[in-house]
Design a protein around this ligand. Structure first.
Ligand code: NAD
Length: 324
């Protein structure tokens, strides 16, 4: 069976496929030449991350294609409904990067509480001339221990963020449209234990949280989960982290809240207009910024590659049995 990974795949994932006798190619083919390449190579399964688009054009042009695998969570770059209509299986690896995103949330939270992001911006240029001034300016930090973290959306990533936050001594509450988790299974130095956790209504979460982190998918109509109404209900001087989707937060309402002190500081990994985010938001003095790198770690890439290989093996075994 022929597999083409157009946006790369981890060495472990590729090795597992080769071991299972898949014929794997991994060189990146530009979007406009992809259909010709897939047809010439008679590719059965196309693996992508977020860069390659698999729309109607590719699905119509490549009758040989039987599976599309997305390494990661979002399926925005794949026409899933049309693929299904054409009988092309679509798979993804939603759990592979949850820990990586959760660790980025903690990185932003620690950076926000200690003004690390501000000090990092100024130290290279002014460390030797304004040391004392900066020591004073950034010497009013706070600890995370004992503070309340509100998690909006308690799925895979939300659950991992809660584990890390509990490990840092935070109290965690959450709200979710569907999930009703009442405990978390954790592990400390190899010893398993369980921690009770409380779901609260959104209003209570907004009112009680010292820090809020979002882990919801984008709403179908791209309406925000946090807008002016929700900012008005937040504790003054709270911290906000968004690693979900840019559309999950009303960016204009956030800018206002950052200016008026409702939000003391925000950690932002995702933006409404990627890859050209709102420059007014980027220019706020109290934002710790990263360019949508939540899932981008070596460990997540390894897990994604292995999970894709395992999905392919299971699919091959299934279709082989069906044909047999
Ligand atoms: P998940 O499906 O496991 O969990 C999402 C949870 O949100 C579900 O429990 C759902 O019931 C809940 N939910 C949905 N809409 C809600 C709403 N309006 N209010 C309250 N709860 C709501 O998803 P996940 O794997 O935890 O991922 C969450 C999101 O993180 C993804 O959808 C994606 O947008 C984002 N993400 C970002 C990165 C990154 O690089 N920054 C990487 C991976 C995922």
């Amino acid at each position: 069976m022929r597999v083409h990974a157009n946006d790369g795949i981890s060495a472990e994932g590729k090795a597992l496929m080769v071991q299972e006798e898949f014929n794997v190619t991994t060189e990146h083919v530009p979007q406009e030449k992809l259909a010709d390449f897939l047809n010439a190579q008679k590719v059965d399964a196309l693996l992508v991350r977020s860069a390659t688009k698999v729309g109607k054009d590719i699905l119509d042009a490549c009758p040989h294609l039987r599976l599309v695998g997305r390494g990661g969570v979002g399926m925005d770059n794949i026409d899933v409904a049309y693929a299904k209509q054409k009988g092309v299986r679509v798979v993804n690896t939603p759990a592979s990067s949850s820990i990586s995103v959760a660790e980025l949330v903690m990185a932003h939270l620690f950076s926000l509480t200690r003004d690390l992001y501000k000090a990092n911006r100024r130290m290279p240029g002014e460390g030797a001339t304004a040391f004392k001034e900066m020591k004073k300016a950034y010497g009013n930090g706070a600890e995370l221990r004992g503070k309340t973290l509100g998690v909006i959306g308690f799925g895979r990533i939300g659950g991992w963020v809660a584990r890390y936050a509990i490990g840092a001594g935070m109290k965690v509450i959450y709200t979710d449209r569907h999930a009703t988790v009442d405990h978390l299974d954790m592990e400390f130095n190899g010893i398993p234990f369980s921690v009770g956790i409380k779901m609260v209504p959104m209003e209570e979460l907004l009112d009680k949280s010292d820090a809020i982190t979002l882990h919801v998918p984008s709403n179908p109509d791209n309406s925000p989960v946090l807008g002016a109404k929700e900012f008005a209900q937040m504790k003054r001087g709270m911290l906000l982290v968004n690693t979900a989707r840019g559309t999950s937060v009303d960016e204009q309402a956030l800018i206002k809240a950052l200016k008026d002190g409702t939000v003391k500081a925000a950690g932002i990994d995702v933006f409404r207009n990627e890859p050209t985010p709102n420059t007014e938001l980027l220019a706020q003095p109290n934002v710790s910024l990263s360019p949508h790198i939540g899932a981008a770690t070596a460990e997540a890439q390894d897990r994604i590659g292995i999970e894709l290989a395992e999905l392919l093996i299971a699919w091959r075994d299934e279709v082989t049995v069906d044909r047999g």
